[in-house]
Design a protein around this ligand. Structure first.
Ligand code: SF4
Length: 207
C-alpha cells in the first residue's frame, strides 16, 4: 500500500495542543465507521475522497522540516485506512516524530502501527459496557475500545487517555467507573475534555 492512497480530509499546519509538548502539523484522515453522538467532525465520517493529495501533504511537510517536531494523524479514524502505515513511514523518513489520535476502532490495525509511533491519544468513550455503544451508536464498540487500550499499554508507547464529558451521556457514576476500570487495567486516569457544541449535529446534545 502506498501513502498516496491515504485519504486526507484536512491539514492543520501548526498546533501546540494536538501532541503534548510538541509543535506539530495535524493530518485529518477521512472516514470513520463510528457515529459518536458528540462528534464535532461529522464531515470526516464518510469514506469519501480526501480534500488534499498525498503529494501536497509531502510538499508541505518538506518545507516544515526543522520547524515542526511532529506530525499527528487524526480524524476521522486514521486506523480505518489501510494506507496509514505507509503514510506514517513516509512521515518518519522526512524526519518527524509521529503521533496518533484514535478512538481504538481497530485494535489489530493499531497494534501494527504502534511500533512506529512516539505518542498516542486514545479516546475512552465510556465505561466498557453498553454505555460505550450508546455514545458510538455501534454495537459492541466497547470491546474495540478496551482492546485498543490493552494494545497501547502492551506497546509501552507514551499515551494520553481522553474522555469527552456531556452530562446527558456520562454521569458521575460513569466517570468513576471509567477511572476504576483504567486503574484496574494498569492505565493512567483519563483526562476529561468538555463537550464542544461546534460541529455537533445532535440537537439533543447541543441544546
Ligand atoms: S470515533 Fe471520532 S471521528 Fe469517529 S464518530 Fe466518534 S468522535 Fe467522530
Amino acid at each position: 500500500m502506498r501513502p498516496e492512497r491515504l485519504r486526507v480530509g484536512g491539514l492543520a499546519p501548526f498546533s501546540t495542543v494536538d501532541y503534548p509538548g510538541h509543535l506539530s502539523a495535524v493530518l485529518f484522515c477521512q472516514g470513520c465507521p463510528w457515529r459518536c453522538r458528540y462528534c464535532h467532525n461529522p464531515h470526516l465520517q464518510p469514506f469519501t475522497a480526501g480534500a488534499i493529495t498525498w503529494p501536497e501533504v509531502e510538499a508541505f511537510l518538506t518545507k516544515r522540516r526543522g520547524l515542526l517536531d511532529a506530525v499527528v494523524f487524526s480524524g476521522g479514524e486514521p486506523t480505518a485506512q489501510p494506507a496509514l502505515e505507509a503514510a506514517i513511514r513516509a512521515v518518519l523518513r522526512l524526519g518527524f516524530k509521529v503521533g496518533l489520535h484514535t478512538a481504538g476502532v481497530y485494535p489489530g490495525r493499531l497494534r501494527r502501527v504502534l511500533p512506529l509511533l512516539s505518542w498516542v491519544g486514545l479516546d475512552i468513550k465510556a465505561p466498557f459496557d453498553g454505555r460505550y455503544d450508546a455514545i458510538t451508536r455501534i454495537p459492541a464498540s466497547w470491546r474495540a475500545g478496551m482492546g485498543a487500550l490493552d494494545e497501547v499499554l502492551m506497546a509501552g508507547v507514551a499515551y494520553d487517555l481522553r474522555t469527552t464529558i456531556h452530562p446527558a451521556l456520562l454521569d458521575a457514576a460513569a466517570k468513576e467507573a471509567i477511572q476504576t476500570e483504567l486503574f484496574r487495567r494498569g492505565a493512567r486516569p483519563a483526562r476529561w475534555q468538555e463537550f464542544r457544541a461546534q460541529g455537533c449535529v445532535d440537537a439533543g446534545l447541543v441544546h
